[in-house]
Design a protein around this ligand. Sequence first.
Ligand code: C2E
Ligand code: MG
Ligand code: MG
Length: 676
Amino acid sequence: MLINIVSSLKTVLSPPDDNPELLQAKFSAFSRQVPIMYALVVLNTLALAVTHYGRAPDWLTLYLPGVLDAICIWRTAMWWRSRHRTISFEQAIRWLRSTIALAGLLGAGFSAWSLSLFSYGDAYMQGQVAFFMGVTAIGCGFCLMHLRSAALLVMALVVVPFTAFLGSSGNVVLASIAINFAIVAIAVTFMLLTNYSEFEQRVNSGSALRAKQAELQAMSDTNLRNSNTDILTGLPNRRHFFAELERRMAVAAADPANKRLRVGIIDLDGFKPINDVHGHLMGDRLLIAVAKRLRARLDPAVFLARLGGDEFVLISDRVTDRQAAVAARKLLIDIFEAPFEIDDLTVRIGCSIGYAEFPKVAKSAEDLFERADYALFYAKQHDRGGIVGFSAVHEATIREASVIDQALMNADLERELWIAYQPIVEAKTFQTVTFEALARWKSPALGNVPPIRFIVAAERSGLIAQLTPMLLRKALEGAATWPEQVRISFNLSAIDLTSPLSILKIISVVENSGVKPSRIDFEITETAVMGNLALATESLNALKALGARISLDDFGTGYSSLSCIRELPLDKVKIDRSFITKIEDDPAACLILRTMIGLCTGLGYECIVEGVETHEQAQFLRTEGCRFMQGYFFAKPMRVDRVRDYIAASNCGALQLEEASGWTRSVVSSIGAPQR
Ligand code: C2E
Ligand code: MG
Ligand code: MG
């Protein structure tokens, strides 16, 4: 019981050392009120001492009040000095503890002093003492409100002796003053305690609110970080890249004389086959390894981010002079020099880079990025593994492309598009076995636009989905009138292969054409299928299920691995024209072509060599066992009305095969000039 009372008393009389926030709040509220309290005590003491001077002994009117006031003034000075100082939690505890102890001492001291004066005065002066004690105790209680223990201590040390002293005086007036004072003191103490608990609640709810706010802030910081970070590699992501690009461009624009910056987009070469063959998990780990290596080797001032897939992007404001640019080029090539080791697998990949410079080629972040992207596209097409900067030539090409885009949008496609046919001949007999359908566009505004241009434009704008079925319908209309044994070969674009809807449209065109699907070859390119191997394979299987055959066009120009090609349901491979062009003067080219023909036939594909232009090339291919050929040596692409004559003439010509050297030329001259 006693122990419980002592421990409760200890709790009430101690500052809150388990709640730093409450303690700090008390300290700051308290430090504002302490000077007022001491001023009140000192002035009241002076008033009492002055009236009793001469009546009471000097030690009661001069020395004792002097000492007590001096202590008050010293404490005031200490609090005053500390008002702007930031103090630690431990210091605050020490201060408040010493204040509570001193409150006890001063409370007891002033009580004893004022009660000692009581016997020296008349009734008025005794009233003054009672008034002094009551007013000072209540004033101090209010000033100490935020330090509950000190307030209670002072009240107790003044009120208890005061009521006891006056109550036991035997004087009815004094006893009634004592009772009044005790009632007021109880009411004041009650108010103090209520106020104190409200204060505590306010501080605690404030600190809970602040804790909640801090938690929310931390959550919002994490969200911000996550929304700006690429989860896989930990690099900044696309959104962060654009924000940083805008920021750096604004800085550079403010100092146009000195500041230039470059945006470079890095696209990994050879990543997709690894991803397809070894799985996405391996692909992810390779991307992480690439990100780590890039970050470790690039200058820390270079901002590096991952755009998504196998594309990374960097912003540099250092690579401005020629020497630095050359060094940066070398570094980027070096970074991919060493293979990547992932578990037991050693993989080698490269990269193509396109970059654009601010403010030289673009003024806005979007334009700058688009130009770097175009340079990358160019690198992928023409300089794989290289670094290409966006130039004036590219600008002109883009302008031209946009003119083509516009013209294509406004074209009457049904009227302006037509099909040219180029024969593919059997190497042994020189007999025409197939015609490749090649799209032609005569635009009223631009004249003849090569297919390589308008097909790319149609792919870009999405018009290809409409174009391919239309071209196929036109191509099959021609083929429907040919002898049954003559096949038709039709080129599909990458977008056709990755759109199930397009494949359905293509199937429907075939079914309505009157041409047996078994007479049709669909040509696809490596690059077209590698974009999405799984979907492309599904599309090709659907076409094969129809009865059509599949040819891999321009073989040798793409960057797919043979193992990927083996996955495709192919029937034929067309070796790109670039392999035949050099065979007359380059023995190595002969060897390469021979190997490619051997490879295709060895894998069970029918082999066609494109771009045969001379008799010597044709002879070489015949001796190498190539089965089919296509090229200007036999015929250029021709209009549909010439095809029937060509078939008739070529079949005649084929009979004279043994004296073949002048054969093709005579066939071509018999049907007139070729049409491009
Ligand atoms: P491709 O499918 O590889 O077609 C062969 C291209 O080589 C044709 O160019 C043809 O005219 C040309 N060629 C044929 N023999 C020789 C030769 O001996 N020497 C030279 N120098 N060139 C020869 P064209 O007609 O300009 O077509 C270019 C490309 O446009 C085609 O390449 C094909 O990828 C694409 N293309 C053409 N028509 C279509 C189509 O209807 N749809 C799609 N998606 N692409 C098409
Ligand atoms: Mg083709
Ligand atoms: Mg080709």
